[in-house]
Design a binder for this molecule. Sequence first.
Ligand code: LLP
Length: 404
Amino acid sequence: MNYKKSNLYIENIPVQKIARKFGTPSYCYSLNKLKSNIKNFRKHFKSISPMICFSVKSNANLQILREIKKMGMGADVVSKGELIMALKAGINPKKIVFSGVGKTFDELKFAIDKNILLINSESESEINEIEKISKIKKKKIDIGIRLNPNIDSKTLKKISTGRKEDKFGLTEFNFLKIIKKYKNSKNLNLKCLSVHIGSQITSYKPYIKMLKVIESIIKKSNYNFDFIDLGGGMGIRYNKKTKKLNYKKYYTAIKNFLKNYKTKIIFEPGRSIIADSALLLTKILYIKKTNNINFIILDAAMNDLIRPALYNAEHKIIASKKNSKIVKKRHEFVGPICETTDKFLSVNKFQMLKEKEILSICDVGAYGMSLSSNYNLRTKPSEILINKSSVKIIRKRQKLNNII
Ligand code: LLP
């Protein structure tokens, strides 16, 4: 995504052209950015050759998943719907892990029938449920158990998952109890220790602490896991203030850990793979000026992208045609929904804007479309994939007929 002269391009296509042809709001992905993110992720952990399972909750578009599959990735799913989508994309079931605190009997049965790599479980009750299915099907089932390492990942509270007050994972006590109970089970293979301490993590330090906790619990349990699933959570730079995650430090710590334990590492990244590969194209409907503020009223809203409203997340907004006239006044970029939180960004200056102009909201590939809704009975946006000079619709704009 680059400016050529003053026009914003995604690969070889000007953003304005896409907006004109496909309308707004539209999610627009760069295939080459997605591919280079996957390559970079691999490079960071090259010598340990981990299994990389893309976290489908961050983006469940079928064509995106197909591209991800072509790059050799597996999938981390959290519902029957996501599992079906991953299988439909052609992802090998032996590269699929099923996470989540509360899977239904039907979901567990379905996953077991599909012979996926692992069901990562987080409670004794769910493990009992899996055992029941194992007996019914007379089949030994591979499971992982998720540890709550009680670590603050120093990210937003609402997306932190590894502290003892979070609902996720098992306490050390319960974790050890489960190993004792099931290590010689006829019905279950305890194959994996899993953790996931949060999302949008930008410091390597919580990861180092997490590895220490894992090491200590493995020692206490005296049990060998075939897999250690370290989850995802690697943060990206939504703005210049955000620190860049030091992958090298994380990688070195894992390498040291592996000196003592022979096991295969699994990662479940979502955001770091897809977030910065997409823009949300939106049109300025109206500009409403008060003494102090210019309200830039967009045709995109919190139903299309809820991260700013839900987490106060900051997504940059950029013009599709640059100009040099800077207006020094507070600009609030808002959507048309009847909620005060339907606001994307406030800035103290922006280039001169006109109604009907196209803007792009940045880094929306992860938890953008996948968290969209029909709030205010608004239809969901379209999704478009750009590959050099080719433009392909990968999800049509929802029609009002489908929701009314
Ligand atoms: N594995 C597990 C078990 C997870 O719960 C998650 C994310 C991931 C992997 C992927 O994490 P990532 O690499 O994408 O950080 N809606 C929020 C993020 C919620 C993340 C939930 N779990 C947001 O928009 O920031």
